[in-house]
Design a protein around this ligand. Structure first.
Ligand code: C2O
Ligand code: CU
Length: 451
Protein backbone atom coordinates (compact mmCIF):
# COMPACT_ATOMS: atom_id res chain seq x y z
CA UNK A 1 0.00 0.00 0.00
CA UNK A 2 1.23 3.49 -0.84
CA UNK A 3 0.56 4.91 2.64
CA UNK A 4 0.06 3.30 6.02
CA UNK A 5 -3.10 4.05 7.91
CA UNK A 6 -2.63 6.48 10.80
CA UNK A 7 -3.02 5.23 14.33
CA UNK A 8 -5.89 6.96 15.99
CA UNK A 9 -5.84 8.56 19.40
CA UNK A 10 -8.55 7.71 21.93
CA UNK A 11 -10.17 11.08 21.34
CA UNK A 12 -10.42 10.51 17.63
CA UNK A 13 -11.90 7.09 18.31
CA UNK A 14 -14.72 8.80 20.21
CA UNK A 15 -15.36 11.23 17.35
CA UNK A 16 -15.42 8.39 14.84
CA UNK A 17 -17.80 6.41 16.98
CA UNK A 18 -20.15 9.38 17.11
CA UNK A 19 -19.96 9.94 13.33
CA UNK A 20 -20.76 6.28 12.70
CA UNK A 21 -23.79 6.50 14.96
CA UNK A 22 -25.02 9.64 13.22
CA UNK A 23 -24.76 7.84 9.88
CA UNK A 24 -27.09 4.96 10.67
CA UNK A 25 -30.46 5.21 8.98
CA UNK A 26 -29.13 7.51 6.25
CA UNK A 27 -30.02 4.93 3.63
CA UNK A 28 -30.98 1.26 3.69
CA UNK A 29 -28.26 -1.28 4.41
CA UNK A 30 -30.10 -3.97 2.47
CA UNK A 31 -32.74 -3.96 -0.27
CA UNK A 32 -36.30 -5.07 0.50
CA UNK A 33 -37.12 -7.10 -2.60
CA UNK A 34 -40.73 -7.23 -3.78
CA UNK A 35 -39.89 -10.52 -5.57
CA UNK A 36 -40.91 -9.02 -8.90
CA UNK A 37 -38.32 -9.53 -11.60
CA UNK A 38 -38.02 -7.25 -14.63
CA UNK A 39 -36.32 -9.16 -17.42
CA UNK A 40 -34.68 -7.20 -20.20
CA UNK A 41 -32.43 -7.93 -23.15
CA UNK A 42 -29.98 -5.39 -24.47
CA UNK A 43 -28.07 -5.75 -27.70
CA UNK A 44 -24.96 -3.61 -27.98
CA UNK A 45 -24.44 -2.90 -31.67
CA UNK A 46 -23.70 -0.29 -34.28
CA UNK A 47 -26.62 1.81 -35.56
CA UNK A 48 -27.40 5.00 -37.47
CA UNK A 49 -28.70 8.00 -35.51
CA UNK A 50 -29.64 11.54 -36.51
CA UNK A 51 -27.71 13.75 -34.08
CA UNK A 52 -27.75 16.58 -36.64
CA UNK A 53 -30.44 15.69 -39.18
CA UNK A 54 -30.50 15.26 -42.12
CA UNK A 55 -27.08 13.68 -41.47
CA UNK A 56 -26.96 10.17 -40.12
CA UNK A 57 -24.14 9.36 -37.71
CA UNK A 58 -22.82 5.86 -37.16
CA UNK A 59 -23.06 5.32 -33.41
CA UNK A 60 -22.92 2.45 -30.91
CA UNK A 61 -26.14 1.78 -29.08
CA UNK A 62 -28.12 -0.49 -26.81
CA UNK A 63 -31.12 -1.76 -28.79
CA UNK A 64 -30.56 0.76 -31.57
CA UNK A 65 -31.17 3.79 -29.34
CA UNK A 66 -29.11 6.61 -27.91
CA UNK A 67 -30.07 7.05 -24.25
CA UNK A 68 -32.50 4.17 -23.71
CA UNK A 69 -34.27 4.51 -20.37
CA UNK A 70 -34.99 1.55 -18.12
CA UNK A 71 -37.57 2.24 -15.42
CA UNK A 72 -38.13 -0.18 -12.55
CA UNK A 73 -39.84 0.15 -9.19
CA UNK A 74 -37.96 0.15 -5.90
CA UNK A 75 -37.84 -3.45 -4.66
CA UNK A 76 -37.90 -4.96 -8.14
CA UNK A 77 -35.03 -7.07 -9.38
CA UNK A 78 -33.52 -6.16 -12.71
CA UNK A 79 -32.40 -9.18 -14.69
CA UNK A 80 -30.72 -7.89 -17.79
CA UNK A 81 -28.88 -9.87 -20.42
CA UNK A 82 -26.42 -8.00 -22.56
CA UNK A 83 -25.55 -9.43 -25.98
CA UNK A 84 -22.33 -8.03 -27.36
CA UNK A 85 -22.54 -7.44 -31.13
CA UNK A 86 -19.73 -4.88 -31.07
CA UNK A 87 -16.29 -5.42 -32.60
CA UNK A 88 -14.70 -5.23 -29.13
CA UNK A 89 -15.16 -6.57 -25.59
CA UNK A 90 -17.53 -4.66 -23.33
CA UNK A 91 -19.39 -4.69 -19.99
CA UNK A 92 -22.09 -2.67 -18.20
CA UNK A 93 -21.36 -0.68 -15.07
CA UNK A 94 -24.39 0.54 -13.09
CA UNK A 95 -23.09 3.93 -12.09
CA UNK A 96 -24.23 4.95 -8.60
CA UNK A 97 -26.27 1.81 -7.92
CA UNK A 98 -25.58 0.02 -4.64
CA UNK A 99 -25.52 -3.62 -5.71
CA UNK A 100 -23.55 -6.83 -5.09
CA UNK A 101 -19.91 -6.34 -6.06
CA UNK A 102 -20.02 -9.11 -8.70
CA UNK A 103 -22.67 -7.13 -10.65
CA UNK A 104 -20.63 -3.90 -10.81
CA UNK A 105 -19.41 -4.54 -14.35
CA UNK A 106 -15.71 -3.65 -14.15
CA UNK A 107 -13.60 -6.02 -16.29
CA UNK A 108 -10.51 -7.20 -14.48
CA UNK A 109 -11.99 -6.19 -11.13
CA UNK A 110 -15.47 -7.73 -10.79
CA UNK A 111 -15.89 -9.83 -13.98
CA UNK A 112 -14.15 -10.81 -17.21
CA UNK A 113 -14.94 -8.55 -20.18
CA UNK A 114 -17.82 -9.74 -22.38
CA UNK A 115 -16.19 -10.70 -25.68
CA UNK A 116 -17.73 -9.96 -29.11
CA UNK A 117 -20.52 -12.48 -29.72
CA UNK A 118 -20.83 -13.33 -26.02
CA UNK A 119 -23.59 -12.49 -23.52
CA UNK A 120 -23.72 -11.78 -19.80
CA UNK A 121 -26.63 -11.48 -17.38
CA UNK A 122 -26.70 -8.82 -14.68
CA UNK A 123 -29.13 -9.42 -11.84
CA UNK A 124 -29.59 -7.18 -8.82
CA UNK A 125 -32.15 -5.36 -6.67
CA UNK A 126 -31.21 -1.69 -6.27
CA UNK A 127 -31.29 -0.47 -2.69
CA UNK A 128 -32.17 3.12 -3.56
CA UNK A 129 -34.79 4.86 -5.65
CA UNK A 130 -33.33 7.52 -7.93
CA UNK A 131 -31.61 8.44 -11.15
CA UNK A 132 -28.76 6.18 -12.22
CA UNK A 133 -26.66 5.80 -15.33
CA UNK A 134 -25.35 2.68 -17.04
CA UNK A 135 -22.42 2.52 -19.39
CA UNK A 136 -19.61 0.20 -20.52
CA UNK A 137 -16.50 -0.03 -18.34
CA UNK A 138 -14.28 -1.38 -21.12
CA UNK A 139 -12.48 0.98 -23.47
CA UNK A 140 -14.91 3.61 -22.20
CA UNK A 141 -13.36 6.67 -23.90
CA UNK A 142 -14.41 5.13 -27.21
CA UNK A 143 -17.51 3.12 -26.27
CA UNK A 144 -19.27 5.84 -24.26
CA UNK A 145 -18.24 8.52 -26.76
CA UNK A 146 -19.79 6.48 -29.58
CA UNK A 147 -23.09 6.64 -27.69
CA UNK A 148 -23.26 3.42 -25.69
CA UNK A 149 -25.12 4.22 -22.44
CA UNK A 150 -28.54 4.58 -20.87
CA UNK A 151 -30.44 5.64 -17.76
CA UNK A 152 -31.72 3.39 -15.02
CA UNK A 153 -34.54 5.01 -13.11
CA UNK A 154 -35.64 3.36 -9.92
CA UNK A 155 -39.06 4.76 -9.05
CA UNK A 156 -40.40 4.90 -5.55
CA UNK A 157 -44.19 4.55 -5.83
CA UNK A 158 -44.53 6.56 -2.59
CA UNK A 159 -42.99 9.67 -4.16
CA UNK A 160 -45.31 12.46 -5.34
CA UNK A 161 -46.31 12.49 -9.01
CA UNK A 162 -45.11 15.28 -11.24
CA UNK A 163 -47.00 16.44 -14.34
CA UNK A 164 -44.03 15.09 -16.32
CA UNK A 165 -41.00 13.06 -15.28
CA UNK A 166 -38.25 13.67 -17.83
CA UNK A 167 -34.90 11.87 -17.99
CA UNK A 168 -32.04 13.46 -19.89
CA UNK A 169 -28.62 12.20 -20.81
CA UNK A 170 -26.61 15.37 -21.41
CA UNK A 171 -23.61 14.65 -23.61
CA UNK A 172 -21.26 16.21 -26.11
CA UNK A 173 -19.93 14.79 -29.36
CA UNK A 174 -16.84 15.62 -31.37
CA UNK A 175 -18.22 15.59 -34.90
CA UNK A 176 -16.46 16.13 -38.19
CA UNK A 177 -17.81 17.08 -41.62
CA UNK A 178 -20.92 15.08 -42.45
CA UNK A 179 -21.59 14.60 -38.70
CA UNK A 180 -19.09 11.74 -38.47
CA UNK A 181 -17.62 10.93 -35.08
CA UNK A 182 -13.96 11.97 -34.91
CA UNK A 183 -12.46 8.52 -34.48
CA UNK A 184 -9.14 9.14 -32.81
CA UNK A 185 -9.63 8.50 -29.13
CA UNK A 186 -7.43 9.21 -26.09
CA UNK A 187 -5.18 11.67 -27.93
CA UNK A 188 -2.26 13.51 -26.35
CA UNK A 189 -4.39 16.67 -26.51
CA UNK A 190 -7.24 14.99 -24.59
CA UNK A 191 -4.75 13.81 -21.98
CA UNK A 192 -3.04 17.14 -21.49
CA UNK A 193 -6.45 18.79 -21.06
CA UNK A 194 -9.68 17.82 -19.36
CA UNK A 195 -10.33 14.89 -21.68
CA UNK A 196 -12.22 15.01 -24.96
CA UNK A 197 -14.60 17.97 -25.27
CA UNK A 198 -16.99 17.80 -28.20
CA UNK A 199 -18.40 20.49 -30.48
CA UNK A 200 -22.07 19.44 -30.35
CA UNK A 201 -24.00 19.23 -27.09
CA UNK A 202 -27.07 16.99 -27.03
CA UNK A 203 -29.88 15.80 -24.78
CA UNK A 204 -30.73 12.13 -25.37
CA UNK A 205 -28.76 12.23 -28.63
CA UNK A 206 -30.69 15.20 -30.04
CA UNK A 207 -29.24 18.62 -30.70
CA UNK A 208 -31.30 21.29 -28.86
CA UNK A 209 -34.50 19.28 -28.62
CA UNK A 210 -37.72 21.16 -28.07
CA UNK A 211 -39.66 19.61 -25.19
CA UNK A 212 -43.43 20.21 -25.16
CA UNK A 213 -44.80 21.38 -21.78
CA UNK A 214 -48.07 22.97 -20.63
CA UNK A 215 -48.61 26.12 -18.60
CA UNK A 216 -48.87 25.22 -14.91
CA UNK A 217 -47.12 21.87 -15.21
CA UNK A 218 -44.75 20.84 -12.43
CA UNK A 219 -41.89 18.91 -13.93
CA UNK A 220 -39.12 16.68 -12.68
CA UNK A 221 -36.05 16.68 -14.88
CA UNK A 222 -33.46 14.00 -14.19
CA UNK A 223 -30.11 14.88 -15.71
CA UNK A 224 -26.91 12.94 -16.03
CA UNK A 225 -23.69 14.34 -17.42
CA UNK A 226 -22.41 11.55 -19.63
CA UNK A 227 -19.72 13.53 -21.45
CA UNK A 228 -16.20 12.12 -21.54
CA UNK A 229 -14.74 15.30 -20.06
CA UNK A 230 -17.05 18.33 -20.26
CA UNK A 231 -18.51 19.86 -17.10
CA UNK A 232 -21.97 21.47 -17.33
CA UNK A 233 -23.47 24.21 -15.15
CA UNK A 234 -27.18 23.86 -15.94
CA UNK A 235 -29.66 26.71 -15.61
CA UNK A 236 -33.26 27.21 -16.66
CA UNK A 237 -33.83 30.62 -18.16
CA UNK A 238 -36.66 32.54 -16.49
CA UNK A 239 -37.72 29.76 -14.11
CA UNK A 240 -36.46 29.07 -10.62
CA UNK A 241 -35.56 25.38 -10.46
CA UNK A 242 -34.77 23.44 -7.28
CA UNK A 243 -32.35 20.54 -7.00
CA UNK A 244 -34.16 17.76 -5.14
CA UNK A 245 -31.64 14.94 -5.64
CA UNK A 246 -27.92 14.69 -6.35
CA UNK A 247 -26.25 11.53 -7.66
CA UNK A 248 -29.52 9.64 -7.20
CA UNK A 249 -30.29 10.39 -3.55
CA UNK A 250 -32.67 13.07 -2.24
CA UNK A 251 -31.04 16.20 -0.84
CA UNK A 252 -31.51 17.21 2.80
CA UNK A 253 -33.77 20.01 1.53
CA UNK A 254 -34.28 21.55 -1.93
CA UNK A 255 -31.36 23.61 -3.23
CA UNK A 256 -31.77 26.46 -5.68
CA UNK A 257 -30.17 25.57 -9.03
CA UNK A 258 -27.33 28.02 -9.35
CA UNK A 259 -23.67 27.40 -10.25
CA UNK A 260 -23.98 23.67 -9.69
CA UNK A 261 -21.10 21.95 -11.44
CA UNK A 262 -22.48 18.82 -13.03
CA UNK A 263 -19.25 16.92 -13.69
CA UNK A 264 -19.04 13.72 -15.77
CA UNK A 265 -20.84 11.06 -13.73
CA UNK A 266 -22.92 13.49 -11.63
CA UNK A 267 -26.71 13.50 -11.72
CA UNK A 268 -29.24 16.06 -10.51
CA UNK A 269 -33.01 15.87 -10.28
CA UNK A 270 -34.77 19.20 -10.75
CA UNK A 271 -38.22 20.34 -9.63
CA UNK A 272 -39.66 23.24 -11.64
CA UNK A 273 -43.04 24.72 -12.46
CA UNK A 274 -44.01 26.27 -15.79
CA UNK A 275 -45.71 29.62 -15.07
CA UNK A 276 -49.47 29.63 -15.66
CA UNK A 277 -49.24 32.69 -17.91
CA UNK A 278 -46.52 31.25 -20.13
CA UNK A 279 -48.69 29.83 -22.95
CA UNK A 280 -46.74 29.96 -26.23
CA UNK A 281 -43.45 30.96 -24.56
CA UNK A 282 -40.16 29.11 -24.52
CA UNK A 283 -37.67 28.56 -21.71
CA UNK A 284 -34.15 27.56 -22.62
CA UNK A 285 -32.22 25.10 -20.49
CA UNK A 286 -28.68 26.41 -20.61
CA UNK A 287 -25.18 25.37 -19.70
CA UNK A 288 -23.07 28.26 -18.50
CA UNK A 289 -19.92 26.43 -17.38
CA UNK A 290 -17.62 27.69 -20.14
CA UNK A 291 -17.17 31.13 -21.67
CA UNK A 292 -19.72 30.23 -24.31
CA UNK A 293 -23.23 29.41 -23.13
CA UNK A 294 -24.72 26.25 -24.63
CA UNK A 295 -28.40 25.61 -25.09
CA UNK A 296 -29.12 22.07 -23.95
CA UNK A 297 -32.83 21.99 -24.72
CA UNK A 298 -35.84 24.28 -25.03
CA UNK A 299 -39.03 23.91 -23.02
CA UNK A 300 -41.73 24.85 -25.52
CA UNK A 301 -44.95 25.84 -23.73
CA UNK A 302 -48.08 24.85 -25.62
CA UNK A 303 -50.65 27.48 -26.41
CA UNK A 304 -53.29 26.01 -24.14
CA UNK A 305 -54.99 26.94 -20.89
CA UNK A 306 -53.04 26.20 -17.74
CA UNK A 307 -53.30 22.85 -16.01
CA UNK A 308 -53.61 22.56 -12.22
CA UNK A 309 -50.17 22.62 -10.64
CA UNK A 310 -49.68 19.61 -8.37
CA UNK A 311 -48.85 20.76 -4.84
CA UNK A 312 -46.70 18.60 -2.59
CA UNK A 313 -43.51 18.78 -0.60
CA UNK A 314 -40.55 17.62 -2.66
CA UNK A 315 -38.71 14.45 -1.62
CA UNK A 316 -35.96 14.87 0.91
CA UNK A 317 -33.43 12.69 2.70
CA UNK A 318 -35.08 10.61 5.43
CA UNK A 319 -32.16 11.07 7.71
CA UNK A 320 -29.16 13.23 7.03
CA UNK A 321 -26.28 12.87 9.47
CA UNK A 322 -24.90 15.91 11.20
CA UNK A 323 -21.26 15.38 10.34
CA UNK A 324 -19.94 18.79 11.41
CA UNK A 325 -17.52 17.08 13.79
CA UNK A 326 -16.12 15.06 10.86
CA UNK A 327 -13.57 17.84 10.55
CA UNK A 328 -12.07 16.57 13.83
CA UNK A 329 -11.59 13.06 12.46
CA UNK A 330 -8.09 12.27 11.20
CA UNK A 331 -7.51 11.98 7.46
CA UNK A 332 -7.34 8.22 6.89
CA UNK A 333 -5.71 8.52 3.51
CA UNK A 334 -4.74 11.28 1.13
CA UNK A 335 -5.03 10.34 -2.55
CA UNK A 336 -2.49 12.26 -4.62
CA UNK A 337 -3.70 13.01 -8.15
CA UNK A 338 -1.03 13.82 -10.68
CA UNK A 339 0.35 13.32 -14.18
CA UNK A 340 3.62 11.75 -15.31
CA UNK A 341 5.37 11.66 -18.65
CA UNK A 342 5.57 8.36 -20.48
CA UNK A 343 3.47 5.26 -20.78
CA UNK A 344 1.38 3.94 -23.65
CA UNK A 345 -0.34 7.31 -24.28
CA UNK A 346 2.66 9.59 -23.71
CA UNK A 347 1.11 10.92 -20.50
CA UNK A 348 0.13 8.78 -17.54
CA UNK A 349 -2.40 10.00 -14.98
CA UNK A 350 -1.73 8.62 -11.52
CA UNK A 351 -3.27 8.16 -8.09
CA UNK A 352 -0.55 7.99 -5.42
CA UNK A 353 2.03 7.63 -8.19
CA UNK A 354 0.43 4.43 -9.54
CA UNK A 355 -1.70 3.90 -12.61
CA UNK A 356 -4.33 1.27 -13.23
CA UNK A 357 -6.71 -0.83 -11.20
CA UNK A 358 -4.31 -3.67 -10.42
CA UNK A 359 -3.53 -1.71 -7.22
CA UNK A 360 -5.58 -1.72 -4.04
CA UNK A 361 -5.12 1.84 -2.79
CA UNK A 362 -6.86 1.29 0.55
CA UNK A 363 -8.52 -1.41 2.59
CA UNK A 364 -11.48 -0.08 4.55
CA UNK A 365 -13.76 -1.72 7.05
CA UNK A 366 -17.48 -1.82 6.42
CA UNK A 367 -19.62 0.24 8.81
CA UNK A 368 -16.73 2.44 9.94
CA UNK A 369 -16.38 6.19 9.36
CA UNK A 370 -13.52 7.34 7.13
CA UNK A 371 -12.25 10.72 6.15
CA UNK A 372 -10.48 10.54 2.79
CA UNK A 373 -8.69 13.38 1.04
CA UNK A 374 -8.20 13.94 -2.68
CA UNK A 375 -5.33 16.30 -3.40
CA UNK A 376 -4.99 17.49 -6.96
CA UNK A 377 -1.36 18.27 -7.70
CA UNK A 378 -2.19 19.08 -11.33
CA UNK A 379 -3.86 21.98 -13.12
CA UNK A 380 -6.57 19.80 -14.68
CA UNK A 381 -10.04 18.77 -13.49
CA UNK A 382 -10.62 15.37 -11.90
CA UNK A 383 -14.19 14.29 -11.14
CA UNK A 384 -13.43 11.39 -8.79
CA UNK A 385 -15.99 8.59 -8.76
CA UNK A 386 -16.20 5.84 -6.16
CA UNK A 387 -18.18 2.75 -7.08
CA UNK A 388 -20.84 1.24 -4.84
CA UNK A 389 -20.83 3.91 -2.09
CA UNK A 390 -22.12 7.37 -1.31
CA UNK A 391 -20.08 10.00 0.49
CA UNK A 392 -20.34 13.59 1.68
CA UNK A 393 -17.92 16.43 1.04
CA UNK A 394 -16.75 17.62 4.46
CA UNK A 395 -13.93 20.03 3.60
CA UNK A 396 -12.48 21.99 0.70
CA UNK A 397 -8.81 22.96 1.03
CA UNK A 398 -9.01 22.01 4.69
CA UNK A 399 -11.97 24.28 5.44
CA UNK A 400 -15.18 22.60 6.60
CA UNK A 401 -18.16 22.66 4.22
CA UNK A 402 -21.64 21.20 4.34
CA UNK A 403 -23.29 20.53 0.99
CA UNK A 404 -26.50 18.93 2.25
CA UNK A 405 -26.45 15.91 -0.07
CA UNK A 406 -24.69 12.63 -0.81
CA UNK A 407 -22.53 12.09 -3.86
CA UNK A 408 -20.77 9.30 -5.72
CA UNK A 409 -18.71 11.71 -7.85
CA UNK A 410 -16.92 14.88 -6.76
CA UNK A 411 -15.06 17.35 -8.95
CA UNK A 412 -11.56 18.20 -7.71
CA UNK A 413 -10.42 21.50 -9.22
CA UNK A 414 -6.85 22.46 -10.16
CA UNK A 415 -4.54 22.33 -7.12
CA UNK A 416 -7.57 21.78 -4.91
CA UNK A 417 -7.95 19.36 -2.05
CA UNK A 418 -11.31 17.91 -1.04
CA UNK A 419 -12.09 15.75 1.98
CA UNK A 420 -14.96 13.30 1.96
CA UNK A 421 -16.69 11.44 4.76
CA UNK A 422 -17.69 7.86 4.03
CA UNK A 423 -19.18 4.92 5.88
CA UNK A 424 -18.82 2.02 3.43
CA UNK A 425 -21.50 -0.65 3.65
CA UNK A 426 -21.07 -3.08 0.77
CA UNK A 427 -18.07 -5.37 0.85
CA UNK A 428 -15.95 -6.10 -2.18
CA UNK A 429 -13.39 -4.63 -4.51
CA UNK A 430 -14.68 -1.28 -5.81
CA UNK A 431 -13.19 0.93 -8.51
CA UNK A 432 -12.18 4.50 -7.72
CA UNK A 433 -11.27 6.67 -10.68
CA UNK A 434 -11.40 9.97 -12.44
CA UNK A 435 -14.55 10.15 -14.60
CA UNK A 436 -12.76 12.08 -17.30
CA UNK A 437 -12.59 8.91 -19.33
CA UNK A 438 -9.28 9.71 -21.03
CA UNK A 439 -7.64 10.34 -17.64
CA UNK A 440 -9.00 7.03 -16.34
CA UNK A 441 -7.83 5.19 -19.47
CA UNK A 442 -4.35 6.69 -19.04
CA UNK A 443 -4.08 5.37 -15.50
CA UNK A 444 -6.21 7.47 -13.14
CA UNK A 445 -7.94 4.41 -11.78
CA UNK A 446 -7.48 2.37 -8.64
CA UNK A 447 -9.55 0.16 -6.35
CA UNK A 448 -10.65 0.12 -2.74
CA UNK A 449 -11.22 -3.10 -0.83
CA UNK A 450 -14.11 -2.95 1.61
CA UNK A 451 -14.00 -5.79 4.06
CU1 C2O B 1 -19.45 5.79 -14.42
CU2 C2O B 1 -16.35 3.58 -13.03
O1 C2O B 1 -17.93 4.68 -13.76
CU1 CU C 1 -8.99 13.43 -14.28
Amino acid sequence: LPHAEETLSVDNEAVIEQLQQEFHGSYPETASPSNKVQSQELVAAEAEWGILPPYQTTVWTYNGKIAPIIRIKLGETLKLTLHNKLPQATSIHWHGVRLPNAMDGVPGVTQPAIEPGASFTYEFTPKDAGTFWFHPHANSPEQIERGLQGLLIVENPDEPKYSQDLAWIVDDWLLEKGARIHDRFVTGHDLMHDGRWGNVVTVNGQYRPSIPVKPGERIRIRMVNSANGRVFAPAVEGIEAQIIAVDGLPTQSPIRLQNFYLAPGNRIDLDLTIPKNAAGKTFAVLDSFGQKTNTLAVLQVKNTTAVTTPTFKPIQAKHFPDWRSAIDAPVTHEFMLNAMRGGEHGITWTIDGHSGHDIIAQKLQAQRFYRLRFTNLSYRLHPMHLHGQFFQVIAVDGRPVREGFWRDTVLIGPKQSIDIGLVPIDKGLWALHCHILEHAEAGMMTTIRIQ
